[in-house]
Design a protein around this ligand. Sequence first.
Ligand code: GLV
Ligand code: MN
Ligand code: MN
Length: 419
Amino acid sequence: MSHHRTEDPLGAGFRELWDQLAPVGRDPDSGGYLRYAFTPAERELRNWFAAQAKRRGMPVTDDGNGNLFAWWAAPDTADDGPAAEAGTAATARAVLTGSHFDSVPHGGGYDGPLGIVSAFLAIDELRRAGTVPVRPIGVAAFVEEEGARFGVPCLGSRLLAGAFDPDRAAELRDADRVSFAEALGARPAGARPDLLARVGAYLELHVEQGRALAGGAAPVGVASAIWPHGRWRFEFDGEANHAGTTRMADRRDPMLTYAFTVLAANKEARLRGAHATIGRVRVEPNATNAVPGRVTGWLDARAAEPAVLDELVEAVRAKAADRARRDGTGLTVVAESTSPLVAFDDDLGARLARLLGAPVLPTAAGHDAGVLAGQVPTAMLFVRNPTGVSHSPAEHATEADCVAGVRALAGALAELACR
Ligand code: GLV
Ligand code: MN
Ligand code: MN
């Protein structure tokens, strides 16, 4: 008895690429990913990117900042040498789509790579349908989106957009004191207005990172905005001393100031309907039997409105400073990165929402699309996340929803680059 099942080529295509990526940089204990910029795992993904591009006859360029681009040139721009480089004439401005490979520590597999895998598969889908671009289509892989290695999120796209000083970027150091310039193998090129001028639109498909689509009928949504957010390093200085012999009254213990600050951040965020997290801490000397000499905590704060975010960070800082006075400790606060409120292109978003019949939703997660939105009409597609969990090994999207995402992206590319 023959049992015929017509396999959806997109489902098979998705599984093939997804299975190739699945083992890369996966920690067998946590099940999460350690894919930091320019580490062997992320380099393997970059090589995979080059191989996928080659398989599709797409030349790869880089922007001197660590970001990669693979180009499907429109026929009438194809002999322009590196048409490659992103379209040629103003009439042929490219449509760029993609995301990032790097992860947070023990992150999920979808945050980032889903946008790149979907981009290649969307191109396959267009080619299968015989759709021909009239504008070049580029697939982008941005570097250091999470800031997990060098501390500044969206570093690659910020450099490209001229939103971060390349000299300062060159000197950013990872935990082993390796600089970004050393990891990149060069001083970053910084702003590339020449390249961005050739991009007419940027589209980033991403796994949804909350529950905005969960339980609803739509597998794909369109982004309206990104909450303003940032990272502040709180350094609490005290006096390292013996845990047994130092009288309680004689201590200057920065752990106390730190602990109070964690609670204050939570309370101040709740009071404002905002989000505040201290998810990373460094204790020196980090000994069980020593009062610490220094504690460093990183505050991640986000709010729907810039004024609320400012107020929130100021309130946490004021409470920490007040507590430091009582603990006899010192406090220094350094803003490591800030990301302003992003409103994505209304016309583009509305057009895609109509085309795809997709709901429109804001997010509190940062993206390279948020950086590029300042320079290029930009939109994001979100793929439903059934639990809303992200930045965790439990991050997930079903294969059917990922395929729906590819189909949506192909539809969006057809609309923007093929007519
Ligand atoms: C990026 O994922 C961020 O929002 O931190
Ligand atoms: Mn992320
Ligand atoms: Mn991401």
